[in-house]
Design a protein around this ligand. Structure first.
Ligand code: F6P
Length: 363
């Protein structure tokens, strides 16, 4: 069957997550077996495209990778347009120019990018510069606008839920308050899902600014009702009421990964001081991104990958594959670029959690 695409490049960009290899396999198998396309694997995201670090992928490259964590292509947080005009330290070239040149040199008809918000923002700029691009939405944060869900998210929910489950028994044995900080960047999806699944007593997400007094009142009420332990789930991007009313530039954030600013530690300290109960902190960290994808993510990543192969076949470029309800669709990159998908204030899960007595620190 003649396809609009003969040869395409594929790269993974941004933070890794479970399901990247399943998605690579999904695109590659469908494109190779069904449509006989050539696939060029680009190493370490946009950095590899700037440097021309690429290789022709064979069928054997895709076998046995469905369940493997990470990405066989490697990844980086390279943002080629961020320092526009700044030359690449290795090639000495202007980065976007180098990407366009290598795209042509590699004879690509299209570039498939697997990534999050930053990746799709770059993809849209490359589209504007004349490249054919198709995006696949991955991230444990589930914060990509235009798709109900991203692959990687449900694996992270499973991992975080298990971690909360395990905190219950130790919290109970010691009569302690356990604070657990989860990832999620500026969105609260991961903490909301895992917090409810794990039966968190308090869930703090960036979309609902908290007050320490409200959290402590809730914990004291639980203690007076004879509940000797509590679990507090904190999204890394959670904000206090005071901070949320200040300009973004004045907010605390992690600048140096070696001097980790932890929202959870700040909250744990404040709770212990006010509630006067022994409090402990767990920062779950990168385990949420590691390891094998859950069955849900294997299905989603394979489905997205196969859908991308169909877009390649039809020559429908300039879009991102997405899930809307139970339908797999594609959305124009220009619609998605630069937008974040936050938990909306009236999300049904927030109401569900409130109904079972969960505190969001806002009452
Ligand atoms: O974007 C995914 C994510 O896991 C966020 O939740 C987290 O803030 C960030 O990546 C940290 O990743 P890195 O240290 O790789 O920049």
């Amino acid at each position: 069957m003649k396809s609009a695409t003969r040869t395409f490049g594929i790269l993974t960009s941004g933070g890794d997550c479970p399901g990247l290899n399943a998605a690579i396999r999904g695109v590659a198998k469908a494109a190779q077996e069904k449509y006989s396309m050539n696939i060029i694997g680009i190493n370490e995201g946009y950095r590899g495209l700037i440097a021309g670090d690429a290789r022709l992928l064979k069928a054997s490259d895709f076998s046995g990778i469905l369940t493997r964590g990470g990405t066989i292509l490697g990844t980086s947080r390279e943002k080629p347009f961020k320092d526009e005009g700044v030359r690449d330290s290795q090639t000495g070239r202007d980065k976007p120019e180098a990407i366009i040149e290598n795209y042509k040199k590699l004879n690509l008809d299209c570039l498939v990018v697997l990534g999050g918000n930053g990746t799709h923002k770059t993809a849209n700029l490359l589209r504007k510069a004349g490249l054919n691009i198709i995006g696949l939405p991955k991230t444990i944060d589930n914060d990509i606008w235009g798709t109900d869900v991203t692959f990687g998210f449900h694996s992270a929910v499973d991992i975080a839920t298990e971690a909360i489950d395990r905190l219950h028994s130790t919290a109970h044995s010691h009569n302690r308050i356990m604070v657990i900080e989860l990832m999620g960047h500026k969105a609260g999806w991961l903490s909301l899902y895992a917090g409810i699944s794990g039966g968190g007593d308090v869930i703090l997400i960036p979309e609902i600014p908290y007050s320490i007094d409200s959290i402590c009142r809730h914990l004291q009420k639980r203690a007076s009702a004879g509940k000797a332990f509590s679990i507090v789930v904190v999204a890394e991007g959670a904000l206090s009421r005071e901070e949320s009313s200040q300009p973004r530039t004045t907010r605390k954030k992690q600048k140096d990964p070696h001097e980790y600013f932890s929202r959870g530690s700040e909250i744990a300290r404040a709770i212990e001081e006010k509630v006067r109960m022994e409090t402990r902190l767990t920062v779950l960290g990168y385990q949420q991104r590691g390891g094998t994808p859950s069955p849900y993510d294997r299905l989603l990543a394979t489905t997205f990958g196969a859908a991308a192969a169909e877009l390649l076949h039809r020559g429908e470029y300039g879009s991102m594959v997405a899930l809307e309800g139970s339908r797999v669709i594609s959305r124009p990159l220009e619609e998605i670029a630069g937008k974040l998908k936050h938990v909306p204030p009236g999300h049904p899960l927030i109401e569900t959690a409130r109904s079972v007595g969960t505190c969001f620190g806002d009452e």
